[in-house]
Design a protein around this ligand. Sequence first.
Ligand SMILES: [Zn+2]
Length: 267
Amino acid sequence: MTPATIERHLQGELTIGLYAINPRTQRSKWIVIDADYAHALNDLIKLQWELKQDGIQAALEKSRRGGHLWIFGATPLLARDCRIYVHNLAARLKMAVKGARLPEGIEVFPRHDALNPGEFGNAIRGPLGTHQADKKRYWFYGADYSLESQIRYLKRLRKLSEDQLSSLVAGMTIPEQFHEPAPAPNPRRGSRGCNEFRILDHIQVQRKSGRNYWTRCPSCALHGHDRSGDNLAIAVDDPRKYRCWAGCTKEMIREALGHPIRRSFVA
Ligand SMILES: [Zn+2]
C-alpha cells in the first residue's frame, strides 16, 4: 500500500479493504467492533463508553446499517489479546457476538486469534472510505464532516499500547459462551424427531430483541444469580442455539432444566 493508494481511497476513487492480521507476526494495528443490526448504534455507544472506563479512546464511524468502532494500536498488537479483551468487554455488557451460535451480534476484527500460513483472514472497509455501491462516505461522529477535521481528530486519539492491553487481559481467556460449538452432531441424534430437546418448551421467554430471545438462565437462577433475568440468549430462528452470558455451559443449563444431555451419543 502506497501513499498514492491512500490518496485515491480518500478521494473516493477506490475503497481499501484492510486485513487485520499480519500473518508473520500475528499482530494487528487496529481493532474494530462492527455492528449492523437494529440497535447497533446503541450498543456501539455503550461499548465506546465502557472502553473509555478502561482508558481506551475509540472512534465511532458510521456504516450503511450501523457503525464501526475503531481502536488504534500504538504498535501492532497480538490479535489473540485484542480478541480476548473485546470478548470479555462484550461479556461484561451482556452483548451478543455474532457467530455460529447466534446469528446477530457484534463482530470483532481481528476475526482470528492467529492465521495459518497463506491465510488472510477477514477484511473491513478502511476508515473514511466511500461505499463503492452508493459513493457515500461514512464519517466519524467525533469531528466535523470534512477530511481535514476527521484526520485531525483521528491523530489526536490516544493509541492503545501493548503494555496497557497486556495488563487489561492479564489472566483472561475468551469466555466460554463465545466458544464455537463442537462440529456437527451425529445425524442420528437429529433423526430422533419428537424426542429432541426443545428449550422453548421448558422456559418462558422474557423479551425478543432482533433475532434473539432473552430470558433468565435456569442454571444461573439455580445458583441465585441472574436477578435481571436476561442472561440467556436464544436464536429466534433456531432455538437449538442458545447461550448464557454469565458463562454457564449447555450441560449446566440442560441439567438445571432437569433434562441433562445424554452422554450415550458421544463418539
Ligand atoms: Zn447462566
